[in-house]
Design a protein around this ligand. Structure first.
Ligand SMILES: Cc1cc2nc3c(=O)[nH]c(=O)nc-3n(C[C@H](O)[C@H](O)[C@H](O)COP(=O)(O)OP(=O)(O)OC[C@H]3O[C@@H](n4cnc5c(N)ncnc54)[C@H](O)[C@@H]3O)c2cc1C
Length: 412
């Protein structure tokens, strides 16, 4: 029986181990935390968004799209559904986003753990890998030295994750092993993460959530626009549209570029529509500006718009409407509502990030996820320089790459 060691018992490591065992290998998982699969429990707010039916390779960032194509051609989102249904998981489809029917991430983890037991995969927890040595003998290519003894194997699958959310175990140590074995690491940076802004007024709007469009500008150039629920925090901006843009911001900030987010707080209305509505609903009234405008948006945000434009909330709407200068101020305020510019200074740290961009350079891997430098060394999951957008795509990468690495390692 071919002996395979999987380092890292996360989503990709478990998938790699199960697949290798199903293909006849004797598999050992070495996991440095006290239990396997900790991060899975955190996914999808505890519900585990395990894949997505709107699957496309375009939902990923990588410098090696051909690697993605090969991996997903071998194990797609449909294979994920069959795999988990085969384990006994009922899957819920929420507008294409796939979750366990129980809406409990623990269902996914439990079924993976049961299969690991059924396949007699050895799991060694609290196991600190200290070194991976290549052996000369053909029988055992690798010697993995740990605090719990030395393990010999004919293949090693590195599935240690990235640096994102290190509290779940992925502390970046996998990159060090890959580097030690001669691999180039594309600089890791936090992605799918909140953005910290320069403006000091965020405390006043912390906790507000609203539908918005967010455009990311780097050195004055438009990069990408995302729509969805914006969340404001005391240090800046969060929510799905911000997460989706965060890896572009992280890369730009890392090269000292100027990053701005332009936020449209009323994406369903044009500037003219907002002005016309306000003019019509406040005609011949004696309302203050706040009375006139309170009905169109969140109160805390409206007051922030007043503050940014140096407008007094208790001034009369009619006074502003009746002078050119006043009219100009109102228009400026509506422009701010449609294009509120904030300066992005940093991403939140790895502890807050759902994934990392960067990792083991895909150019140094075959389509079977084997190292082009070292026979018998395979990679799976987020340790590779592939990151997806929100929506189940990162777990799909973990399942697909885990499957391909596990199968290839067992067969080679
Ligand atoms: C809060 C949060 C929510 C998320 N929600 C979703 C979601 O809903 N849908 C989605 O698709 N993606 C989601 N993700 C991303 C997704 O969880 C990851 O992309 C995926 O789990 C990566 O799998 P992995 O196996 O590559 O790495 P990990 O799951 O990080 O597993 C790596 C494992 O290796 C172990 N390890 C690391 N170094 C060593 C070492 N030196 N020795 C031994 N063991 C080691 C770690 O302890 C860990 O168990 C979320 C992430 C977070 C943090």
């Amino acid at each position: 029986m071919k002996k395979i060691i999987v380092i890292g018992g996360g989503a990709s490591g478990m998938m790699a181990a199960i697949t290798a065992a199903r293909h006849g290998a004797a598999v050992t998982i070495l996991e440095h935390k006290e239990r396997i699969g900790k991060k899975i429990l955190m996914t999808g707010n505890g519900k585990c968004n395990l894949s997505n039916l709107s699957f496309s390779n375009d939902n990923y960032y990588t410098d090696t799209p051909e690697l993605l194509e090969e991996v997903f051609a071998e194990f797609s989102e449909k294979d994920t559904i069959s795999f988990f249904e085969g384990l006994g998981l009922l899957i819920k489809n929420k507008n294409g986003y796939l979750y366990p029917m129980s809406e409990q991430a623990s269902s996914v983890l439990d079924l993976l753990r049961f299969e690991i037991n059924r396949r007699k995969i050895q799991v060694v927890t609290e196991c600190e890998v200290q070194k991976i040595n290549q052996k000369q003998s053909n029988k055992e290519l690798f010697e993995v030295i740990t605090n719990k003894g030395t393990y010999l194997s004919q293949a090693v699958i590195l599935a240690c994750g990235s640096k994102a959310s290190p509290q779940s175990g992925s502390d970046g140590s996998g990159y060090a092993f890959a580097k030690q074995l001669g691999h180039h690491i594309v600089k890791p940076l936090p992605a799918l993460v909140q953005l910290r802004c320069q403006e000091t007024y965020f405390k006043a709007v912390a906790g507000v959530r609203c539908e918005a469009n967010v455009r990311l500008m780097v050195d004055g150039k438009f990069q990408k626009e995302e729509a969805g629920e914006l969340q404001l925090t005391e240090y800046g901006i969060s929510g799905i549209p911000v997460f989706q843009l965060s890896r572009i911001a992280a890369k730009a900030l890392d090269t000292k570029k100027k990053v701005l987010a332009e936020i449209d707080l009323m994406p369903k209305f044009s500037t003219e529509e907002i002005e016309n509505f306000l003019t019509k609903s406040n005609e011949n009234t004696n309302k203050s500006l706040q009375e006139a405008m309170l009905g169109i948006m969140n109160k805390k945000l409206l007051f922030l718009m007043f503050k940014i434009n140096d407008v007094k909330a208790n001034d009369l709407w009619s006074t502003y409407r009746s002078t050119q200068a006043g009219l100009h101020r109102i228009r400026k305020m509506i422009e701010t509502i449609k294009c509120w510019q904030v300066t992005v200074m940093a991403t939140n740290p790895y502890a807050n990030a759902q994934v990392c961009c960067g990792g083991v350079d895909g150019k140094e891997l075959t389509g079977k996820l084997e190292s082009k430098k070292i026979n018998g060394l395979f990679f799976a999951g987020e340790i590779i320089d592939v990151d997806g957008i929100c929506g189940g795509y990162n777990l799909q990468w973990a399942w697909s790459s885990g499957y391909v690495a596990g199968k290839s390692a067992a067969r080679d």
